[in-house]
Design a protein around this ligand. Structure first.
Ligand SMILES: Cc1cc2nc3c(=O)[nH]c(=O)nc-3n(C[C@H](O)[C@H](O)[C@H](O)COP(=O)(O)OP(=O)(O)OC[C@H]3O[C@@H](n4cnc5c(N)ncnc54)[C@H](O)[C@@H]3O)c2cc1C
Length: 398
């Protein structure tokens, strides 16, 4: 087997030579911002190239389309992607949560059927958990799935379905037994095809004016019964496991990244360049004070990331740091975006595409987009509840 060092060096060379710069549209910074066919086609093609070069799913088994190497090999490839600021891996729900779920708990047939298309990006996946009246309160999901022979018949609606208009499959949480003794026992989990009659989507426009998610409607949509994942009535358990992948509390993802992270200290550069009241923002004592606080937060986050790799430091509460990471990173991104606009002062009002915008409106767009990740995958309030209850052992809120 090729050594991790040699593999990493090859990946470094490949990304240096292949990261594209020949596009003239707004590049999505996260998988939740893919709103046009042009963006989707470009990113899908990019994912396929990365996969075919061997830098996605490098550690997944060869028989399911992977490279048969180790996690350390894939990590080295992901580091090279970051270093060369490659575009995001677009099929995030496939590579990040459906894929590892199927790899860990799927049947042999499910693994062979679904995993290769996830890696190549040929099959885009979406997630049907949230409903118009049930988001944080996921256990109350009401979309109905009624067994009829070899099929289930679906009726109801899911909302905020990221990439739902492009997806071939949906990981779907549906109610198969409304009379179950408790709400969780009535739920089942499906690997549902989206290209069946009775499934339709409507785009939802976001704060940024861009698109990225849809509302999905199911009207007597029939899906094969063998798309059930786990047993009927065990959907809650499967959904909770899926959320562990999504929140980074469980590993096994195909690799790459689906949210581009700017260097947390990039804000220092802006503080030097931005002008407030005719002087560099960095000379304003209030701004300096805030900048120091931001740097301390960034350093703490980076230290925590390193700490998570040292087993004896995390053995007592293994899930605590990964769960904290989602909360910390997403809130940090939002707060830094807000601070960036303060640094820009009166010019902060100009957005992408406006002649007088600073730095192409980069910080404005990134600030507005930063709210997405503080809500998707569980809001910050819900993350705090989970950390309190499951990592710190505090009493349950309800
Ligand atoms: C960009 C984006 C992409 C998304 N993509 C998907 C997707 O692909 N698939 C999918 O299924 N969903 C997706 N979502 C939906 C997301 O998971 C939900 O929005 C989220 O779980 C919150 O649910 P809600 O919107 O119904 O808000 P609500 O649950 O109604 O919450 C409203 C407010 O109340 C607070 N709150 C609720 N319950 C509690 C509590 N117990 N304790 C403390 N505070 C509480 C929340 O924190 C929030 O501030 C996406 C959301 C966004 C923003």
């Amino acid at each position: 087997m090729i050594s991790v060092e040699a593999f990493g060096a090859e990946a470094d060379k490949w990304f240096a030579a292949n990261v594209p710069s020949d596009y003239d549209f707004l590049m999505p910074l996260t998988f939740m911002e893919v709103g046009t066919d042009e963006q989707m086609d470009f990113l899908r093609d990019w994912q396929k190239r990365v996969y075919e070069a061997g830098y996605l799913g490098a550690h997944w088994p060869v028989e399911y389309g992977g490279g048969g190497l180790t996690q350390a090999h894939q990590d080295a490839a992901t580091r090279a992607m970051r270093k060369h600021q490659a575009p995001i891996i677009v099929n995030a729900i496939g590579t990040g949560w459906a894929g590892p779920l199927i790899l860990d708990t799927g049947t042999e047939e499910q693994k062979r059927n679904y995993l290769p298309g996830i890696l190549s990006g040929d099959d885009i996946w979406c997630q049907g958990f949230s409903e118009p009246d049930h988001g944080s309160d996921l256990g109350n999901a009401q979309l109905k799935a009624v067994r009829d022979g070899d099929e289930y018949v679906l009726n109801g609606s899911k909302i905020w379905t990221t990439q739902g208009n492009y997806a071939r499959y949906m990981i779907l949480l549906a109610r198969t037994n409304p009379d179950a003794p408790n709400k969780y026992a009535g739920l089942s989990f499906f690997l549902a095809p989206m290209d069946v009659p009775g499934v339709s989507t409507t785009k939802i426009r976001k704060l940024t004016g861009e698109y990225g998610f849809v509302q999905t409607f199911f009207e007597d949509a029939r899906i094969p019964a063998d798309t059930l994942m786990g047993a009927e009535g065990e959907g809650w358990k499967v959904a909770m496991r899926t959320l562990e992948y999504e929140r980074g509390a469980r590993g096994g993802q195909a690799g790459g990244y689906n949210i581009s992270q700017t260097d947390p200290l990039e804000i220092v550069g802006l503080a030097k360049r931005a002008i407030r009241n005719g002087r560099p923002a960095l000379e304003d004592p209030v701004m300096r004070d805030k900048l120091i606080e931001t740097i301390i937060d960034a350093q703490a986050m980076m230290a925590n990331r390193e700490r998570a790799k040292i087993a004896p430091l995390v053995s007592e509460r293994p899930h605590a740091l990964p769960l904290m990471s989602k909360l910390q990173f997403t809130e940090y991104a939002r707060e830094t975006g807000q601070f960036a606009l303060e640094l820009e002062g009166a010019q902060a009002g100009y957005y992408v595409g406006e002649e007088r915008s600073r730095e192409g409106g980069y910080w404005q767009r990134s600030y507005l987009n930063a709210f997405s990740a503080t809500i998707g995958g569980g809001t910050s309030q819900i993350q705090r509840n989970i950390i309190g209850e499951h990592a710190l052992g505090l009493p349950k809120t309800r």
